[in-house]
Ligand binder design. Structure first.
Ligand code: PRP
Ligand code: URA
Length: 209
């Protein structure tokens, strides 16, 4: 699978195993999604371009590195994507945050968009599109469609748990989008849930049913 990477960092794998447990309550679930979001951001931002900058230390003038190129935007897919935003912002505090609201019809599994609010200069930003779950891929594909329609060209999709079906669908629809996940799970079940997965990420994050 090209353009696809499983982030195998031991801290991420350990925290993800705790997150999957059905007996984890909302508080711990939220904390773990936040922490894994931050650790994923560290890995996903590895290839951000740097440029030389001249600075003065208390001792001398020197040429050092700073982030260059396109500025970042974090775009969570609501609701569950919201859980990853603060963790990423801890590492990249100057990033702008857009929102795409999306829900899956429980019967058809078709995604429905209900909100799009993005930074004005979205077309010139590197975008981290975030959602803990990539299941059928429908939500991610529609979110990328929506971003591209508004001029976005540089998109990375970051999730925690992916099903092979979703990865294939997203790659087919948007081969230019790099996909990062903390786990590639086994499959989808007959209700469109990821197996073994972690259940409904939005409900577990916000304590709803
Ligand atoms: C979940 C999840 C993804 C989507 C993944 O959201 O957060 O957005 O399902 O499924 P897909 O790959 O098959 O589209 P959900 O629709 O449950 O909305 P919520 O976050 O508001 O609970
Ligand atoms: N959305 C979720 O929150 N969990 C799944 O397993 C599939 C879609």
């Amino acid at each position: 699978m090209s353009n696809f990477q499983v982030i195998n960092h031991p801290l991420i794998q350990h925290k993800l195993s705790i997150l999957r447990r059905k007996d984890m309550g909302t508080k711990v679930f939220r904390e773990l999604v936040d922490e894994i979001g931050m650790l994923m951001a560290y890995e996903v931002s590895r290839d951000l371009p740097l440029e030389d900058v001249e600075i003065e230390t208390p001792i001398t003038t020197t040429t050092q590195k700073q982030l260059a190129g396109k500025k970042l935007a974090i775009v969570p897919i609501l609701r569950a994507g919201i859980g990853m935003v603060d963790g990423i912002l801890k590492l990249i505090p100057a990033a702008k945050v857009g929102h795409i609201g999306m829900y899956r019809d429980e019967e058809t599994l078709e995604p429905h968009e209900y909100l799009v609010k993005l930074p004005e200069d979205i077309s010139s930003r590197q975008i981290f599109l975030v959602d803990p779950m990539l299941a059928t891929g429908g939500s991610a594909i529609l979110a990328v469609d929506s971003l591209k329609k508004r001029g976005a060209t540089n998109i990375k999709f970051v999730c925690l748990v992916a099903a092979p079906e979703g990865v294939q669908a997203l790659q087919k629809a948007h081969p230019d989008v790099n996909i990062y996940t903390a786990s590639l799970d086994e499959k989808l079940n007959e209700h469109g849930y990821i197996v073994p997965g972690l259940g409904d990420a939005g409900d577990r994050l916000f304590g709803t049913k």
